[in-house]
Design a protein around this ligand. Structure first.
Ligand SMILES: [Zn+2]
Length: 139
């Protein structure tokens, strides 16, 4: 799963959110974004293109009270979706519960210039994360 720490790279600000506008956030990430297209049960159905960043690089600007939470299986990941429009624009990933996985599809189109999408085989998640999680993110 692409972790977008961008060590030594120039970091830029992105804005995004859900479809109806109730949820709005700001993201700090490298200019060239590397997103993961994961084939696990939930990403496959929701079309999530994951960008994992440390929590300090994500600011929820608006809509905290309009979020609904969904959990399944190990209940480590927290899937947040907008109560009004149903879009999941970010969530807390099981591989990096101290971070945030932003959906690249929910970054405002005018903000997103350079997006690379790589497949991630989340159906075999345990193979990539035998310890039950990924490497710690910097704070
Ligand atoms: Zn919404």
């Amino acid at each position: 799963m692409g972790v977008n720490v961008g060590e030594g790279e120039e970091l830029v600000k992105y804005f995004g959110g859900c479809h109806c506008g109730a949820i709005q956030w700001e993201l700090t990430a490298p200019r060239n974004i590397d997103a993961s297209e994961c084939n696990c049960s939930v990403c496959h159905k929701s079309g999530h293109l994951g960008i994992i960043v440390p929590r300090s690089r994500f600011v929820l600007l608006q809509g905290e009270n309009n979020l609904s939470e969904y959990q399944f299986n190990t209940k480590v990941a927290k899937h947040f979706f907008c109560k009004t429009c149903g879009i999941k624009s970010f969530y807390v990933p099981r591989s990096h519960p101290e971070g945030i996985s932003v959906n690249a599809r929910c970054i405002d189109q005018e903000c997103l210039k350079d997006l690379e999408v790589n497949p991630f085989n989340g159906r075999e998640w345990e193979k990539y994360y035998p310890e039950g999680r990924g490497e710690r993110l910097p704070s």
